[in-house]
Each structure stands twice: as C-alpha cells, then as structure tokens.
Design a protein around this ligand. Structure first.
Ligand code: TYM
Length: 381
C-alpha cells in the first residue's frame, strides 16, 4: 500500500499505518472521554471511521482544565469536492458545535498550482472559490470559521511559513514527503504553508492555544513535521484525529477525483449520481438465486460503506442493512436504488445550500490584514 498526501493506493491496512506512522489507536476510554465532554457519542467514533490520533488525550485534558482548542482542517482544490472529502468535515462540524471551537479551514490553491501541471493560478483560485461553497454548505458556524486561500492570503501565510521552513531541512522534507531532485522547489516549501494554520490562533491571541486537526490519515506527514518544529517556535504541538478513507465506487481504493467515474461529486446531478451508484461495486453474488441463498458481503461493498461513513448515522438502521444483506433478504439492486434515493436527497439539499453560500462566502474568509498585523507585531516581539 502507498499512503502519502498525494497518492493513496493498494489494499490499505490501517493497523499497519498506525505502526508505520507511529500514531495511536483511539481507545474505548478515549471515545468515552470525547463523548462525555461533547455530550454525544458520534457515529464516526463508534464505527471507527476515526481510528487513530496524535495527542488527542492531551488536548482533551487541556480542554477539561479550561484551555479551549481551535480546529484546523482543509482541502486541496484540484477539482470538484466529492463525498469522501466531506467525511472529515462532518466530524469537524460536530467538534465545532460541541466544543464551541473556532475553525481554520485552509484551501491549498498554491499546492494544487505547484503539483498539477494542468492547473493554472487562475483555475486554482476559481476552484478555491467553488470548493469554499461546499465547505460553507456543510454548515460550519459563520462566526467561528475562517477560510484561508493560500494564494489570496499569502501575506500572513508566508510570514509564518518562513519561520517554520527555517527549521525543516531538505533531507527531512525528502524523507517525510518523498521529494526528489525533480520536485519543484515550490512544492518542497509547501509543507511549511500547510503547517502554518496550526499556529495562527496562538499568534493572534499572543499566547499558546491548542490546535486539533481532523483529516484522513493521508495528511499525517504534514503533522509529523508540524509537531517536530512547534516547540522550536515556542508553540504547542498540534494534535490530530485521523479518519479512514471512503472508497471509490469501483473495487477497492479510496474515492479519488483522478477517477471521476468512481466518485460522487457534490456538484453531480441526481441523474449522474444515480447512474454511478447503479454501476457500483458491491459484495453481491453472481446471481440473484445465489445471493438469496448465501447472502451478500457488506464488508467489501462500497454502497454499504457509504451508508456506514455518511448516509446511515443510526445504529439500528445500519444493523438492519447489514443483517438483511448478509441473509440475502436485501439484494444489491434494491439496496442501490434505496441508497440512490438518499444520495439524491442529500445532493439536492447540499446544492441548494451551496448556491446560498455564494451570498456569504466573503464573511467566512480569514481577515488577512488583521492576521498580518499580528504576525508582523509578533516579529518585533
Ligand atoms: P485533499 O483535498 O486531498 O482532501 C481533503 C480532505 O479530505 C480527506 N480525504 C478523504 N477522506 C475520506 N475519504 C476519502 N476518500 C478522502 N480523500 C481525501 C483528506 O484527508 C483531507 O482531510 N493538502 C490537503 C489540504 C489541506 C488539509 C489541511 C487537509 C490543507 N490543510 C489540514 C486536512 C487538514 C489536501 O490536498 O487535501
């Protein structure tokens, strides 16, 4: 398996990833603690959609002792947003609501410009705007969410990033991110930009504020570097909570925009989405007769996984689907039709919210001048 910020492929063994990346399991007692503090046990925790962490116990202890944390997550605008991207956002919204937390949301238009030869600066900025509409449509709190466009907000971002970059050697960047001599120097600097939002709130407040990052585990290399340099700059190490990947509609592999026919995009028409769902890979048998007799296998079924990750939050609902699939009572075609209805309803609602977001997008953007002023003042200190 390969799991890097730019490539996820092969059969993903999450246990091995925990070992390889040196992260920790989210234990039952940690789930109980978040649930106790949040007043709710989120289905992403119960179902191990979020399965691994760094320093989550520390950040919850800090919270219990009166230190509120900020949240930080993001998106690399390489195309339209798909339903896999919103898995961490749904959980981030839960954390924002329950812990009354500010959220920094980074849109890495610079990263996509640097890494993708077919993305011009103009296209990256346009995709940033379009993706920001999806972020807003997920329902983040307007008063507590700060969307960053790296290219638009380059002033404060650059001034923080160079402090970080000064402590990351070329050999560390090569070892962590796999850069080679043919990687352009822009992308080799970029990890410092992705580390930057971890520290914005501490700079604004003039004292250390803990930061928690929910994301799928592909982003972990950035946090290794961020955690390494944080104490050198006098900041707390940022904490992380890692999710698994929502698979594509085909057999195995994560949902990835590079294979559009296996993705449900948030901008797909209901007809397009239904067509893709009806062609999806499931855990069904070769014939209806066989399936009725032997049952299906939800563990390998993309449709079942979408229910589990996003569309069926109720435990009783997911239990019924699981049992009916295994017993042969629920056939794949029938499940696909029912699931397509849920997705159609979701898309109609999301796209409605997305259109309304056009009116408020400005109010979600980071106040770049204010942050730059603080950053420059902090330089003098
Ligand atoms: P990007 O755009 O590749 O992914 C955005 C977010 O979605 C997660 N993700 C998935 N989660 C579940 N199932 C999938 N199939 C799936 N595919 C992607 C990613 O882990 C990520 O959380 N460089 C980043 C942008 C970024 C960022 C951040 C992400 C900047 N700062 C802070 C997370 C946290 C990127 O290109 O993400």
């Amino acid at each position: 398996m390969t799991v890097t910020p730019w490539e996820v492929s092969g059969e993903i063994d999450y246990e091995k990833l925990i070992e390889k990346f040196g992260t920790e399991h989210i234990t039952k007692s940690l789930i109980n603690k978040i649930s106790m503090l949040a007043g709710e046990n989120h289905f992403h925790l119960r179902r191990k959609v979020f399965f691994s962490h760094r320093a989550l116990d520390w950040i919850l202890d800090m919270y219990e002792n009166g230190s509120k944390f900020v949240l930080y997550t993001g998106r690399g605008p390489s195309g339209d947003t798909h339903i896999g991207h919103i898995v961490p956002w749904v959980f981030t919204k839960f954390l924002q609501d329950k812990f009354d937390a500010k959220l920094y949301f980074q849109l890495t238009d610079d990263e996509k410009f640097l890494i993708n030869p077919s993305i011009s600066g103009k296209k990256a900025l346009n995709l940033t705007y379009e993706n920001a509409l999806d972020v807003i449509a997920v329902g983040f709190d307007q008063r507590k969410t700060y969307i960053i466009s790296d290219m638009e907000h380059a002033g404060p971002m650059y001034n923080i990033a160079i402090r970080i970059a000064k402590h990351v050697t070329g050999s560390t960047a090569k070892a962590v991110f796999g850069f080679t001599d043919s990687s352009n120097i822009g992308i080799q600097f970029f990890p410092a930009i992705q580390a930057t939002p971890c520290f914005i709130e501490s700079i604004l407040q003039g004292h250390n504020v803990p930061c928690l990052i929910p994301a799928a585990i592909d982003q972990d290399p950035y946090w290794r570097v961020s955690r390494d340099i944080a104490p050198k700059l006098g900041f707390y190490k940022p904490a992380q909570i890692h999710s698994r990947f929502l698979p594509g509609l085909g057999k195995g592999g994560k949902m990835s925009s590079s294979m559009p026919e296996t993705c449900i995009f948030l901008t797909d028409s209901t007809r397009q989405a239904k067509k893709k769902i009806m062609n999806a890979f499931t855990g069904g048998r070769a014939t209806v007769k066989e399936q009725k007799k032997l049952g299906g296998n939800p563990d390998i079924c993309s449709v079942y996984l979408y229910e589990q990750f996003l569309f069926e939050p109720e435990d009783i609902g997911i239990k019924v689907i699981n049992e009916d699939c295994r017993s042969g009572k629920l056939l794949c075609g029938e499940h696909k039709l029912k699931f397509a209805e849920k997705v159609e309803k979701f898309l109609i609602e999301h796209q409605h919210k997305r259109e309304k977001a056009r009116d408020v997008v400005e109010s979600y953007l980071l106040n770049s001048d204010e942050v730059l002023k603080c950053v420059l003042k902090d330089w003098e200190a």
